[in-house]
Design a protein around this ligand. Sequence first.
Ligand code: SF4
Length: 367
Amino acid sequence: MITLSFTSATTYEICPLRYKFIYIDGLREKPTHYTTFGDVLHKCMLFFYSGTNPPTLEDLIKYYDDMWSDEGYDDERIKEYYYETGKKILTKYHEVHSKNYVKPLAMEKDFCVEYYDVKIVGRIDRISPLGKDVVEIVDYKTSMTKLEYNPNYSEQLILYQVGAEEGLGYRVGRLTIYHLPTLKAYSTGRVGDDIVNKYLRKLLSISHSIRMEEFRPSYGNHCKYCQFTDLCPMFSHMRDESEQGLTIRKIVDEVGELSKRKREIEERIRSLKAKIEEYAKSSGAERFYGEKYIMIREVVKRAEYDHEALMKILKPLGLWERVLRVDPKLVDEILVNADSALRDSIMKARKVKEVVKYVPREIKGEK
Ligand code: SF4
């Protein structure tokens, strides 16, 4: 059974190879100052809500000092900035939330839910009573960047709702992302079953790909924050100083230049042909003379059908199946919403053909 959390599933979605490094090979990432800072503030929230009454501000700040960690800070000024900001955040949080303090039902609560062949796990920051038999799920965010969160589309909250209801036996009434640096809460009501099921099916699809050992690297902006570039084939050629490696560098540039010229030439041909066509339409000519070349205007007819109309005509005649072709994109759409049994049967009929493409792109400040 594959175990997935929101973080591991998202990691797989963004880059399957990074998922493999962390969750299969067991490689550890060094803490960054973002993760260390987030960790400290989460501990402080746990402390703030640990009693029947809130702690005094002095106790909260003392706890913050005790929990403070320098790990991941490379720059003294950044460390100082984060440390002072953390104090300000907690002071404001204390001021606002001591007044309406309600002891939560649980903090940092682990859950585990089995969904077909996936074990879904997670840890909910806070579960608070909301009304009769209903709870609020709160997830704390500590990013210093001013972000606008949309709780309606938060897959993390969807997963927490599943965990709280299926794993812990609560009934969720409200889901909240609480951004600590701005003290802003982004809330939504309980997520509908259709959205929950769609996300769960996505997890099934991810678990299937993991089982199939699909761990291709996926290059993107996220690579800037990845700590495994030394192991990643997306970056291995950059470090290859062998003769063959250096030759490939020249070849890459040549292919890039040729492809650029090809695009320019194709664009030029398109615009010149448009001029000929304009002339053809106004003059009625069908054959065109240069000094070295001659061109004939050929009209190729390609049929396109109205899908619905054609289906109505051919279905009663029993001919519809004969004109249908399997569109892999449509099958993938069906897979997302298919139940486990249907998924398995479709997947058995699936063969993945690899098509290798090389797409040159100009380097603009990135490596
Ligand atoms: S460097 Fe990028 S492509 Fe390579 S493993 Fe990390 S995230 Fe994936």
